[in-house]
Ligand binder design. Structure first.
Ligand code: 0O2
Length: 210
């Protein structure tokens, strides 16, 4: 690539815009005193060495990197409860500022590693000095427990260059199941948790009247 900076600039722009928009969705629930299905949002542009690695792994020719690698721009939306993931996906499907071009449900169909998340691939329009560019952007939607597991597993894979020792591989798979059970347990006491949150908010308002 002759000029990575110029190639990646619209992706940076897409991430900045979408972070504002997706965080804004959370704010609207807060203002309305409703439970927000979105806990927090992060975003990043894939580092150049990771783009090149993935292109090599997936046999994507250099000139097709923008189409062949769907997560050059990637966002994550973290939720408290598994059911919140469905609500977030529905909210995103209703939006008209991008098109959803692919959905991958790694919650119903977990990966062999134990990975769970819901992936959406968007085509998002960015206004550049050369006119509009419609870029692919990946959004991963997961619970806090799924995120904890994925973050730890990602670091271990990085440390062991993708070849986890079998003892660790077994433990990390067990941890994935434990995270899944945690999500199930939390779903069962969801009503209690939300009521407690409302009590907390009311107390906060009483102590800090505006
Ligand atoms: P990073 O560092 O997270 O950006 P693939 O061919 O499977 O690599 P593809 O076709 O883009 O990729 O599809 P997929 O699997 O839907 O999405 C890949 C991304 O999902 C990964 O990006 C991870 O972020 C996440 N992911 C998928 N499988 C796993 C897994 O087993 N463990 C963890 N921790 N994350 C996973 P990258 O490019 O791997 O890297």
């Amino acid at each position: 690539m002759e000029n990575w900076e110029a190639f990646l600039a619209p992706y940076e722009q897409a991430i900045e815009e979408l972070k504002v928009k997706l965080k804004g969705m959370r704010k609207l629930f807060e203002v309305d005193r409703q439970h927000s299905p979105i806990e927090f949002v992060t975003g990043r542009v894939k580092p150049i060495p990771s783009i090149l690695d993935k292109a090599r792994r997936k046999n994507v020719p250099f000139h097709q990197i923008g189409e062949g690698i769907q997560d050059i721009a990637g966002l994550r939306m973290m939720c408290q409860f598994v059911d919140d993931i469905t609500s977030v996906v529905e909210l995103l499907r209703e939006r008209n500022d991008f098109d959803i071009v692919e959905e991958r449900d790694y919650i119903a169909n977990k990966k062999e590693s134990g990975y769970r998340s819901y992936h959406l691939v968007l085509r998002y329009p960015v206004q550049t000095v050369e006119g509009e560019k419609k870029l692919l952007v990946e959004i991963q939607i997961r619970t806090l427990a799924m995120n904890f597991w994925a973050t730890v597993e990602h670091s271990l894979n990085y440390k062991y260059k993708g070849q986890l020792p079998s003892g660790i591989e077994m433990r990390i798979q067990r941890a994935a199941e434990a995270a899944f059970r945690l999500d199930e347990e939390m779903s069962k006491i969801r009503g209690e948790i939300q009521e407690a949150h409302q009590v907390f908010l009311r107390k906060l308002e009483k102590n800090n009247p505006s």
